[in-house]
Design a protein around this ligand. Structure first.
Ligand SMILES: *Cc1c(COP(=O)(O)O)cnc(C)c1O
Length: 402
């Protein structure tokens, strides 16, 4: 494969926002109608909620300012006391334990395997005494939701799915984000649907969504703009004036950017999966690189690829691999080896109390590599990236290096 003439692909640029967004943004700018509760009905944010709930097949959706806000509101909406214990995988983004701290609750970390998924035995062992769990499908990797739901249902522990990076992923054909009591998604720019910032939660639970709607900032009777069904009206009646308003609303411009991207989701999922699986096949041919298999029930929607370095006995060698890939134009993040990485649990020093040690997760993070692989890349781009990674591994570990 001669790829010398092709420049390294740009994996950071986003896809253009569909043109339909422009007309809608222009209309909103001309009218100044940016607040979700000004229009009597059918505000862009309300339409987004209806469309997203239909896409996911849930009764309710609430659009907010970020996935972190959706996680925080989900925890608050469960009505748990301050100090409640919330279990999360030790491999996730710092925003997830942060949402728990924000809610005045205590994160409990569990081990993650070298396939980036929750270690179910460790999860079960730590479940007694836990009040809720947030299953973070980190980088879109789905943990064993059969085992997790069985354990949590038996223990009566509610499950929040952090599906920030899992829009379009399915488990036994069921949409990720709809398996737990509530699912939270992100529209931040590095996710499948890009609005710069934004988030949404989905649930079938009228009481939970009513609480979240009020706390998101539906003051007075603005909750009436969230739909008519009787369960919802009853729940809003119960919670009127009983809950604090955190004002984490989404504004109309964000919805105008998001809505025309929803019809693009299926294509992005298809292309992202094909790109990922193609590169995974190439990397797995190298004795030094291993892309863990997806679980059997899982159909993924990746926009990046993660793989483990095999036989790299020292951190120095692992760093040398990342440098060798960078010299070839491909940036590799090794989660545990980059300074102050927000996905390394030992950097979550804001968690109250002593930070726990999770040796298995730490070992994984020290050799787990992360490379962006946006759905818009074409085959020559994918070949370039895979070849650069394989050549970099060969440079550090191959016969010449010995
Ligand atoms: C991006 C991300 C978040 C945070 O989403 P925001 O919308 O930026 O708050 C949380 N969890 C995971 C797994 C993420 O990838």
């Amino acid at each position: 494969m001669s790829l010398d003439h092709i420049p390294a692909p740009n994996v950071y640029d986003a896809e253009p926002i569909p043109a339909a967004a422009r007309a809608e943004i222009d209309r909103l700018l001309l009218s100044g109608d940016l607040f979700r509760y000004t229009a009597p009905s059918d505000a862009p944010v309300a339409l987004l909620e209806r469309e997203f709930a239909a896409l996911m097949g849930t009764k309710y959706a609430l659009a907010v300012s970020s996935c972190s806000a959706a996680l925080f509101l989900s925890l608050e909406a469960l009505g748990l006391p301050k100090g409640a214990k919330v279990m999360i995988p030790a491999f996730t983004f710092a925003a997830v334990p942060s949402s728990i701290v924000h809610a005045g609750m205590q994160p409990v970390l569990c081990e993650v395997g070298d396939n980036y998924r929750i270690d179910v035995a460790d999860f079960r062992a730590r479940l007694p005494g836990v009040d809720a769990v947030i299953i973070s499908h980190m980088r879109g990797h789905t943990s064993d939701m059969d085992a997790i739901m069985e354990a949590c249902d038996a223990a009566g522990v509610p499950v929040i799915e952090d599906a920030a990076h899992s829009l379009g992923t399915t488990w036994h054909g069921r949409k990720i984000g709809t398996i737990g009591k509530v699912g939270c998604f992100s529209f931040q720019s590095y996710k499948l649907v890009n609005a710069g910032e934004g988030g949404i939660l989905v649930t079938d639970d009228a009481d939970l969504v009513a609480r979240a709607v009020i706390m998101s900032g539906a003051y007075e009777h603005n909750w009436k703009k969230h739909g008519e069904d009787a369960d919802l009206a009853g729940a809003f009646g119960r919670w009127q004036n009983k809950l604090p308003l955190y004002n984490l609303r989404m504004q109309n411009l964000s919805a105008a950017v998001i809505r025309p991207q929803l019809p693009e989701v299926a294509r992005r999922v298809h292309d992202g999966r094909a790109n990922h699986d193609y590169v995974a096949g190439l990397l797995n041919a190298s004795p030094w690189l291993a892309v863990p298999d997806a679980l059997a029930a899982e159909d993924r929607a990746p926009d990046s690829i993660q793989f483990n370095l095999v036989g790299f006995e020292s951190d120095a060698k692992a760093r040398a691999f990342a440098d060798a890939a960078a010299a070839r134009g491909v940036k590799v993040q090794i989660f545990g080896l980059s300074t102050d990485n927000a996905r390394a649990f030992w950097n979550w020093q804001f968690i109250p109390g002593d930070l726990p040690e999770l040796t298995q997760t730490r070992a994984m993070l020290m050799r787990a590599c992360d490379v962006r692989l946006p759905a818009r890349l074409q085959k020559p781009d994918l070949d370039f990236i895979a070849q650069a990674l394989m050549d970099a591994a060969e440079e550090i570990k191959g016969a010449r290096a010995a």
